[in-house]
Design a protein around this ligand. Structure first.
Ligand code: PMP
Length: 354
C-alpha cells in the first residue's frame, strides 16, 4: 500500500491540487502572526477543546455565503481539513458490518476513510461523460440496491467539477431516512459554484440525517492552515465528538482560522476572478476541440488528444504541474492565476497538438 498524495514537485505553475493561487497580503499575514503570538502566550495550556468561538464564526460565514440562517455552534464542527471531518464521520457512523456508498468517479480519499474504519466501500457510476451527471433516480436506485449506512455525495464533485441539483440531495436524504442512514454532502468547492446554484445547506432543516462538509483549503486560500468543517444536526455533531481525539484542533489553528474568517473579504476576493478564468479556459479548450466536463469548481476535467501520461509529463517538462487522476484518459487541471492558465494553454498547444 502507498500513502495517498499527489506528487509534490516544485515547478512555476502548480495546477495539481486545486489550491487558490492567491496568497494573503502582507497585512493579513501580519494579523495572523499577531493572532498566533497571542495564542503562543497560552501554549502551555491545552486549547479550547470545543472551539465554540470558531464554530460561531463559521456559522456566521455560512449564513453570509449561502443565505441560510446562521447555524448554531452546536450544529457546526471543525477539524484539521475536511479530510479529518469525514474521517471522524466514518469513525462515528461506519465500522465493521457497515457500508458506505459513493458514485464514481469520486474523490480518491473516500475509499481510504472507509478502509481505515473497516467500513465496506461500495460504488455506483455517475452518468456518462462529459457531464458525469447524477440524477435523483440513479441515487435512489443505488441506495435501494446497496442499502448503505452512509452515502457520500460531492457537490461540486472532484474530479469532474459537477454540481448537484438539490432534488438529487433531497432524494438521497429521503431514501436513507427510514433506516437512519447518514448522507454526507462534500462541498469542498462550494464557493466556486455558478450563480444561482443553491447549496444543500438549505436542506439541513428538512433532513436531520444530512451533513454538509466544507473546507477553508480551496476558495478561502488557506490550504496550509488545515481547517475543514461541517454543519449537521447537533445530535450528529455530538456523535462525532465521541470519536474525535481530545484537543484535535490546536490553539494555533484556531487562531489562524478565526483571523482568516475575520478577513474573509480579502481571502475570498479572487473567487470571482477564478470563476471567470475557469469559464474562459473551458471555452478555449472547447474551441480547440477538447471535450471538457462542465465545472462548478476551481478545476477542469478534460480529455487530452494524446496519451495522458505523455501529456502530463510534457506539461511538467514545461513547468506546468497538473493531475493525472480519475478515469483514463481524462486529466484534471486546477485554475490558477491568469499567468498560470496562460502557461498551461501554451504548453498544452505544444505537447498535445491537434
Ligand atoms: N473533498 C474534496 C472533494 C476534495 O477535493 C478535497 C481536497 N482535495 C477534500 C475534500 C479535502 O480537503 P481538505 O482536507 O484540505 O479540507
Amino acid at each position: 500500500m502507498e500513502p495517498y498524495g499527489a506528487p509534490q514537485i516544485h515547478v512555476p505553475h502548480l495546477l495539481n491540487v486545486n489550491e487558490n493561487p492567491f496568497g494573503p497580503s502582507e497585512a493579513l499575514a501580519q494579523a495572523m502572526g499577531e493572532a498566533v503570538r497571542t495564542a503562543a502566550l497560552d501554549l502551555h495550556r491545552y486549547p479550547d477543546r470545543e472551539f465554540e468561538a470558531l464554530r460561531a464564526d463559521l456559522g456566521d460565514y455560512l449564513a453570509e455565503e449561502s443565505g441560510i440562517p446562521a447555524p448554531r455552534p452546536e450544529s457546526v464542527w471543525a477539524a484539521n481539513g475536511s479530510n479529518e471531518v469525514m474521517h471522524q464521520l466514518m469513525l462515528a457512523f461506519g465500522g465493521p458490518g457497515r457500508t458506505a456508498l459513493g458514485f464514481t468517479p469520486h474523490y480518491s480519499m473516500y475509499p481510504e476513510y472507509a478502509r481505515d474504519t473497516f467500513t465496506s466501500w461500495v460504488t455506483a457510476e455517475r452518468g456518462p461523460a462529459p457531464d458525469f451527471a447524477l440524477t435523483a433516480a440513479q441515487v435512489s436506485d443505488a441506495i435501494a440496491r446497496h442499502d448503505p449506512h452512509i452515502v457520500v455525495l460531492a457537490s461540486p464533485n472532484n474530479p469532474t467539477g459537477t454540481a448537484l441539483d438539490l432534488e438529487v440531495v433531497r432524494a438521497a436524504a429521503a431514501a436513507l431516512a427510514p433506516c437512519a442512514g447518514l448522507l454526507v454532502v462534500d462541498e469542498a468547492y462550494a464557493e466556486f459554484r455558478r450563480a444561482g446554484v443553491p447549496s444543500p445547506l438549505e436542506l439541513l432543516p428538512e433532513f436531520p440525517n444530512l451533513v454538509v462538509t466544507r473546507t477553508m483549503s480551496k476558495a478561502f486560500a488557506l490550504a496550509g492552515g488545515r481547517i475543514g468543517y461541517m454543519v449537521a444536526d447537533p445530535g450528529i455533531v455530538d456523535l462525532v465528538r465521541i470519536v474525535r481525539l481530545p484537543y484535535h484542533l490546536s490553539a494555533v489553528t484556531q487562531a489562524v482560522a478565526r483571523t482568516a474568517l475575520a478577513h474573509r473579504a480579502e481571502l475570498l476576493a479572487q473567487v470571482e476572478l477564478l470563476r471567470t478564468e475557469r469559464d474562459a479556459l473551458a471555452a478555449h479548450l472547447r474551441a480547440e476541440g477538447y471535450t471538457v466536463a462542465p465545472s462548478d469548481a476551481n478545476f477542469l476535467f478534460f480529455l487530452p488528444r494524446g496519451d495522458r501520461r505523455a501529456v502530463w509529463q510534457g506539461l511538467l517538462d514545461r513547468g506546468v504541474l497538473i493531475r493525472e487522476v480519475g478515469p483514463a484518459p481524462w486529466l484534471r487541471v486546477s485554475i490558477g492565476a491568469p499567468e498560470d492558465n496562460t502557461a498551461f494553454r501554451t504548453a498544452l498547444t505544444e505537447v498535445d497538438p491537434a
